[in-house]
Design a binder for this molecule. Structure first.
Ligand SMILES: Nc1ncnc2c1ncn2[C@@H]1O[C@H](COP(=O)(O)OP(=O)(O)OP(=O)(O)O)[C@@H](O)[C@H]1O
Ligand SMILES: [Mg+2]
Length: 461
């Protein structure tokens, strides 16, 4: 017999409650609880295995196995051949894994996953592309643009979760793309497609099926205005890997960063260029980000940044302008605003800068986001440069973390930063002193080791 019961899910935090309340006791949101009718556990074929063992059953002990007797999952990966995408995932797609790709509208999620699907189908993997928000005609149009319209990839335009699960059960694919998970819905639920309830259930069932049938699942997820995947954080917890498109769609290049990866390191960055033929990997990102940088000028500093396993040179720009209104503005793009505030305080205290009446803008050129504190020195020198009209000599690269006492702290991967600067043709490198013994200068590059901000400032002309 079908056993049904009713529960209430908070649309804001995703928590489940037994009864309706005006205000969610967990997140404090008003009118966020929606009713949901749930089928009994025994009837739901696709219920995740973790919920599948009823308390008190004798066979529940059978799930216990000594860890030494467990067969390790193979470390085999499906290599797509799209180098930048493989790099983000740590060397390719792990079979049975679930990967969530998020990004702003129109940034290129469908384009990338269509290319990935096409590459895997061409390599002989049975690949199914499920489009839940576009017609097959639209998918074919995009495929024709990308040169993948003759690939053996199978496609379906479907958003009904039951039909999708049955299809995958019968077809036994190796790779499945669902574009997008927000539009997939369970017909027996009253909640609208895209709501927290639908999204959580659709994702959980698809992921459970991927683990059971051992296919790689690539989910497209839309992001909210704040840049998080639309829906509860639970979606990010459910999947094995989350990668976001960074930056904006006003540049021709696109950055894809892994923010979670159970099979590789996080913070890996893939760099693509959007062209007529789709997203093409960028072979030399440092040259791409520095293409307009010929001579040095006040307010512009070249930073050797390390993002994941990749080193790239980016231009950090700053502008100080007399504030018109009472409160001076501080705006940071591509770097942490809190970090910029700290650097400005250090400059005021230790470099005698007067910034209280100045609007300060800091920007990393090209839409790149630099997360590491090694960017501190570049930001400080750029702000100081624009304030005093002084520039670093042409061909000098900078990196270093700034302490609150204006001391310079060593940074990791010093050797890679130096070789990247030498490879691109830079001739000088300003770096924190204590990291210099381990770091030998490559031929043709002068090292300027500095103990403090005060020492580094002397290089401004
Ligand atoms: N002929 C073309 N040449 C270059 N770029 C193109 C061309 N056609 C489309 N694009 C780019 O592709 C982008 C759309 O890509 P895509 O549909 O993959 O994005 P999406 O992230 O899936 O969007 P949505 O969130 O709407 O599903 C456009 O914003 C545009 O930048
Ligand atoms: Mg799309």
């Amino acid at each position: 017999m079908a056993r049904k019961h009713t529960q209430f899910i908070c649309e804001n935090c995703g928590r489940v409650h037994a009864q309706w309340m005006g205000k969610c006791p967990d997140c404090g949101e008003w009118n966020s609880l929606v009713e949901q009718v749930v089928q009994g556990a025994a009837e739901d074929k696709h219920r995740p295995a973790i919920e599948g063992v009823p308390i008190g059953r004798e066979d529940s002990d059978e799930i216990l196995i000594p860890i030494s007797k467990v067969q390790p999952d193979s470390t085999r990966r499906y290599v797509t051949g799209i180098g930048e995408f493989d790099r983000v995932l740590g060397g390719g797609i792990v079979p049975g894994s679930a990967i969530l790709i998020g990004g702003d509208p129109g940034i290129g999620k469908s384009t990338l996953l269509l290319q990935v699907g096409h590459a895997l189908a061409t390599a002989g993997r049975k690949t199914i592309y499920i489009s839940s928000e576009e017609s097959l005609g639209q998918v074919r149009l995009r495929a024709a643009r990308l040169g993948g319209d003759r690939s053996s990839m199978l496609a379906a335009a479907q958003s009904n979760l039951d039909i999708i699960c049955n299809l995958l059960h019968n077809q036994r694919p190796e790779v499945v793309v669902v574009d997008s998970v927000q539009m997939v819905y369970r017909p027996d639920m009253t909640a609208a497609p895209g709501s927290v309830t639908q999204l959580r259930d659709a994702a959980a069932r698809l992921i459970w099926l991927a683990k059971r049938l051992n296919f790689a699942l690539l989910l497209v997820g839309h992001v909210t205005k704040e840049g998080a995947i639309a829906g509860p954080m639970i979606l990010e917890h459910l999947v094995d890997c989350v990668a976001y498109f960074e930056g904006d769609r006003f540049h021709t290049h696109r950055l894809v960063r892994a923010v979670k990866n159970r099979f590789g390191s996080t913070d890996e960055l893939g760099i693509f260029e959007m062209t007529d033929a789709g997203l093409l990997p960028v072979e030399d990102p440092s040259k791409l980000f520095l293409q307009n940088q010929k001579d040095s000028r006040p307010g512009s500093v070249i930073l050797a940044a390390c993002e994941g396993s990749r080193t790239l040179l980016v231009e950090v720009q700053a502008l100080c302008a007399q504030s018109v209104f009472g409160a001076a503005k501080r705006k940071a793009t591509g770097v942490d605003a809190g970090r910029v505030a700290m650097i400005l305080a250090v400059l005021e205290k230790h470099a005698q800068c007067v910034l209280g009446d100045q609007d300060v803008f800091v920007n990393v050129v090209g839409g790149v986001r630099v997360h590491e504190p090694a960017a501190d020195l570049a930001i400080a020198l750029a702000v100081l440069g624009t304030l005093t009209g002084r520039a670093l000599p042409t061909g000098v690269v900078v990196c270093g973390e700034l302490g609150l006492g204006a001391e310079l702290r060593p940074v990791h991967h010093q050797r890679q930063r130096l070789s990247e600067a030498a490879r691109v043709g830079f001739r000088g490198f300003i770096l924190p002193k204590s990291s210099s013994p381990a770091a030998k200068a490559p031929a043709g590059i002068d090292l300027f080791s500095c103990e403090s901000l005060e020492h580094a400032i002397r290089h401004l002309g």
